[in-house]
Design a protein around this ligand. Structure first.
Ligand SMILES: [Zn+2]
Ligand SMILES: [Zn+2]
Length: 287
């Protein structure tokens, strides 16, 4: 695996690449705009060019764009649903114009409605966006912690959604370790992980798992609490991450951390920590 961070675009898109590079990231994730706002103007062409040349000048291998927080693609509210699909389309358009490799989307929460219908809505939304916006950027569906009526706490939901997507080759999945653990999956033992990979293989196919969100988890296993913490400081712990980053199924995959940050030191420490766990790397115990 190779590693990176979610970085801020507060000082511009190109600066985000430079920040990631300075922090020694090999991959990065950004939002395409204000994650708490609906409004999206088309990206300024000059800014797109600056982003692309910053990327070319860097050693960043993969770029992911994360859909903003507000859309809910499983919403039973027709107005919110439509707005959500539009917003996904606009963010996807931005991801494509930036030349991002991946566009990460949460399936959302169905509310009190029927779950099959909610899964179908997400698939329909993805189909609409793939039809309206052509591009190479893969849409990756992310597992969630499964709190309340959230979809994809159960990894099989990802398969149920993607099974209804027409252009399968333009989609895949992103696995968030904190969300999986909070949803009840055992990530701290070889046996538990083997079961997770088996489930991913059956639901979607491990070859379509392109990206990991490597976050330690503050909540207990099965708590459904989506609260990220620093690598090694949560319930998954160093032993769990050591098993994850060395798993043969994940060779060559990108791992992005969405860990808390109060300064660059937090980011550097998490990168150093995760790299120290890789066998044959610079682990404290030589592993
Ligand atoms: Zn995530
Ligand atoms: Zn999360």
């Amino acid at each position: 695996m190779f590693f990176g961070l979610h970085v801020s675009i507060g000082k511009g898109l190109a600066r985000a690449v430079q920040t990631a590079e300075a922090l020694t990231c090999e991959c990065l994730q950004i939002f395409a705009g204000n994650p708490r706002g609906w409004a999206r103007k088309p990206l300024d062409e000059k800014e797109v060019r600056r982003f692309q040349s910053a990327r070319e000048a860097s050693s960043i291998k993969k770029v992911a764009v994360h859909l903003s927080y507000l859309p809910n693609l499983a919403s039973a509210d027709a107005e919110l649903y439509e707005k959500s699909v539009l917003a996904m389309g606009e963010d996807y358009r931005r991801a494509v114009s930036l030349g991002a490799d991946y566009f990460v989307v949460h399936p959302g929460a169905g509310g009190d409605g029927n779950k099959e219908e909610a899964l179908e809505k997400v698939a329909k939304g993805i189909n609409t966006v793939l039809t309206e916006v052509r591009g190479e950027t893969l849409i990756l569906l992310e597992n969630q912690a499964g709190g309340g009526t959230e979809l994809a706490g159960d990894l099989r939901d990802l398969g149920l959604i993607l099974g209804q997507v027409k252009e399968a080759a333009r989609t895949g999945i992103c696995l968030d370790t904190c969300h999986a653990y909070a949803a009840g999956y055992e990530l701290r033992t070889a046996q538990g992980l083997a079961e997770v990979w088996q489930e991913v293989e059956e639901a979607v196919g491990l070859d379509r798992l392109y990206l990991l969100h490597l976050n330690d988890c503050l909540g207990e296993k099965g708590s459904h609490l989506d609260r990220h913490t620093h690598i090694g400081e949560g319930k998954i712990g160093l032993a769990g991450f050591k098993l994850i980053v060395n798993h043969p199924a994940l060779i060559g995959r990108a791992g992005v951390m969405e860990t808390p940050r109060s300064s660059d030191q937090d980011d550097l420490r998490n990168l150093e920590m995760i790299r120290s766990l890789v066998a044959g790397g610079q682990g404290q115990d030589g592993q």
